[in-house]
Design a protein around this ligand. Structure first.
Ligand code: SF4
Length: 179
């Protein structure tokens, strides 16, 4: 089976890539940019993933552009629900890449993170799969959380400290610094 794997960053790609390849899947990575702020952070994550993809012989499709304004407009006044929009945008883009490239399905490294809404990602992935006539490859990659962290540290990878958007950066640092 040939699939597109939405890869949010290098460290989160380690475990899912191993599992999917062990399942016999041919994996094409896809990096989506618009939810990673500011742009310098996005470039850091992209560079880390580029190095890792080269190392692992992982072919990648790199999204062009940086639609920061569109992302912010889409979540303004809905900040508390922003992750639903964000997951949907990233998974829809991945499904469209899979459809265009005649892949069998798609998956996402978001299913690796203990900090993401796993059930919501799965629901959105399955809905999009139905809509586009693709398979959503579900696996609970959280089982490899520790293993992925240890490997990324051993490889000296850049490990980001917040999810991606400016709101998540505030959640990570503001409250802590105000205490
Ligand atoms: S917290 Fe993460 S998943 Fe939620 S909107 Fe921000 S970047 Fe997207």
């Amino acid at each position: 089976m040939r699939i597109v794997l939405h890869t949010c960053c290098g460290p989160c790609s380690i475990y899912p890539l191993g599992v999917l390849r062990n399942m016999g899947m041919e994996v094409m990575g896809y990096f989506y940019r618009h939810n990673i702020h500011p742009f310098t952070e996005c470039m850091k994550r992209e560079a880390t993933l580029r190095d890792y993809a080269d190392q692992m012989n992982l072919k990648m499709i790199w999204q062009k552009g940086y639609e920061l304004e569109e992302f912010l407009r889409a979540v303004t006044f809905r900040e508390q629900n922003r992750c639903r929009y964000c997951y949907h945008a990233r998974l829809k883009a991945s499904a469209l890449v899979a459809k265009k490239g005649k892949f069998d399905g798609f998956s996402t490294t978001l299913l690796y993170s203990k900090f993401q809404n796993h059930a919501l990602i799965t629901e959105i992935g399955q809905d999009l799969a139905k809509q586009y006539g693709l398979k959503f490859i579900y696996h609970d990659f959280r089982e490899g959380w520790k293993q992925g962290i240890e490997t990324s540290k051993a490889l000296g990878m850049y490990r980001q400290q917040y999810c991606g958007c400016i709101y998540s950066e505030k959640d990570r640092y503001y409250a802590k610094n105000e205490e």
